[in-house]
Each structure stands twice: as structure tokens, then as C-alpha cells.
Ligand binder design. Structure first.
Ligand code: 13P
Length: 270
């Protein structure tokens, strides 16, 4: 069934655990994520990122996401990940997404507040949850890219002024594959943020972060862990090993992707 993320994430925050939020990029990945959540009997935060639009347009993603969510045996949140333009986020809302992220994290702080407030104004009357990001989670490696830690005072002011439902924080993870560095997470900062902020916190760049780090994060206020790259890596490795016809190879890739998601449920879980 299609649901909003509000209760799911609030409950996770109260009970100090989290959910993986996998990014789907075609029908097969979405179906695999839904079936995995059903098998585990867990809610699913089925996420679609704006960057996929060139090969998997938002309209198609909405049709597929809604179709699968509505007939799923478990609660499914349909979430827009990293919406960077208001028109795009509004289109996702109009198409039926139940949760949206406006990512204005590279804008000046006041501009991030102003833009997020506008989306909250549009989303909340429709019962749609809004995620935003303060600080900035970079990509590839913290050393090479512009990861900027979230400041506690800024995060506090941001959540009070915007009324967002969840906040992505930057504590040392990065999107994609870590190049030549192991992520070193700032748990001190995370616990300060968790103490001051009542809303659920979100960790971007889940792939490669490590089981121990993720387990520690979900005990300290992270309720949603975004994962994408590890699915691609697992599928590619399975395809390399599997011989046979296309159907056999696709089945192997699906099994590998499902295993990654199950693993994340396990390390994020209660
Ligand atoms: P990874 O690709 O590093 O798992 O990050 C995914 C993500 O944060 C999507 O928002």
C-alpha cells in the first residue's frame, strides 16, 4: 500500500533504528526492492533520483512506482531523491509521490531555507513529507570533493524555520564509490545533531560506509539510509559471473541486488 513516510520515520526515530532507502532506476530494480521488502515484511522507502531522468523519465518512474506501491503487501513510500529544481519537485508531487527531497544544499544557507519553505508550503497541505539537506554530502571521496559537515546551530534554525519532516546531514559519508579513502564518520557531530533535532535524520551515500558505521548511525538518530551504488556493483559482479541466456543473467543480477537490500535492512533494523 502507498503511504507517506511521516509515521514510519517518526516511529524509527522514537525507537532508534532506521530503514534503507534504495534508489530504483527501472522497472526491474523497483520490483526487486518491493519483493525484497515483502519477503522481509518491512516498509519500503522506494526512491527515485532526479539524475535518472535522462534514461528513466519521472513520469515513467511515477507510473511504475505507484503501480508497485499500491499493490504491495507492505507499506511503500514513493520518494523523490535529490530534487534540485522546484518545478521538478512540484511535478513529482502532482504525479503522486508521497515524499520529496528538495536538495538546495549547495545554495547559500538563507537561500536553502527560502526554497525549502516554499516546497513545504506546497507539500504539507497534501500530506506529503519533505526532506532537505544542510551541509553538503559530496561524492567519490571526502578528500577530493566538497563534503561540508552539517553545523548544529544551522540545522536547528533550518528545521525550525522550514518545518521539514526529515533532514539529510553531512557527517563524513559521500555518494558513490570511496576512492582511496575509508569513510571516517563524525559521530560526535551526529550525536549533537540528534540531541538538538527532533525530526528523523537521513544519511546519504550509504554504499561503502560499512556495517559498523551504519549500525552506529541508526542508533544515533539516522532513520533513513540512502543506498544506490552498491546495487549497481552487486548486479555487475553477478552478471560477470553468470553465464547463460538473458533471463538467467537478469535473475542472477536481481538476486544479488535483493541480497544487498536485505543486508541493509538487517544492519539498519531494530
Ligand atoms: P550511494 O550511491 O553512495 O549509496 O548514495 C546513494 C544516495 O545517497 C542517494 O541519495
Amino acid at each position: 500500500m502507498l503511504v507517506s513516510s511521516y509515521d514510519i520515520l517518526r516511529d524509527a526515530k522514537k525507537r532508534s533504528f532506521g530503514y534503507p532507502a534504495p534508489d530504483y532506476f527501472d522497472y526491474d530494480s523497483a520490483k526487486c526492492f518491493v519483493e525484497t521488502a515483502e519477503k522481509l515484511n518491512k516498509p519500503l522507502i522506494l526512491s527515485y533520483a532526479q539524475v535518472f531522468d535522462s534514461f528513466f523519465p519521472l513520469e515513467d518512474a511515477a507510473d511504475i512506482g505507484l503501480y508497485l506501491a499500491k499493490k504491495a503487501a507492505v507499506p511503500v513510500v514513493l520518494h523523490l531523491d535529490h530534487g534540485t529544481a522546484e518545478e521538478y519537485v512540484e511535478k513529482a508531487i502532482d504525479l503522486g509521490f508521497t515524499s520529496v527531497m528538495l536538495d538546495a544544499s549547495t545554495d547559500p544557507f538563507e537561500e536553502n531555507i527560502r526554497r525549502t519553505k516554499e516546497i513545504v508550503k506546497k507539500a504539507h497541505p497534501l500530506g506529503i513529507c519533505v526532506e532537505a539537506e544542510v551541509g553538503h554530502v559530496g561524492s567519490g571521496s571526502i578528500a577530493e570533493d566538497s563534503g561540508v559537515y552539517t553545523e548544529v546551530e544551522e540545522a536547528k534554525r533550518f528545521t525550525e524555520e522550514t518545518g521539514v519532516d526529515s533532514l539529510a546531514v553531512s557527517i563524513g559519508t559521500a555518494h558513490g564509490v570511496y576512492k582511496n579513502v575509508k569513510p571516517v564518520l563524525n559521530f560526535q557531530r551526529l550525536s549533537e545533531l540528534n540531541e538538538v533535532l527532533e525530526i528523523p535524520l537521513v544519511l546519504h551515500g550509504g554504499s561503502g560506509t560499512g556495517d559498523e558505521n551504519i549500525s552506529k548511525c541508526v542508533k544515533n538518530g539516522i532513520c533513513k539510509v540512502n543506498v544506490y551504488t552498491e546495487f549497481l556493483l552487486a548486479a555487475a559482479a553477478a552478471l560477470k559471473e553468470q553465464e547463460g541466456d538473458l533471463h538467467t543473467m537478469k535473475a542472477a543480477a536481481k538476486a544479488a541486488v535483493s541480497e544487498v537490500l536485505s543486508h541493509y535492512y538487517n544492519i539498519c533494523g531494530e
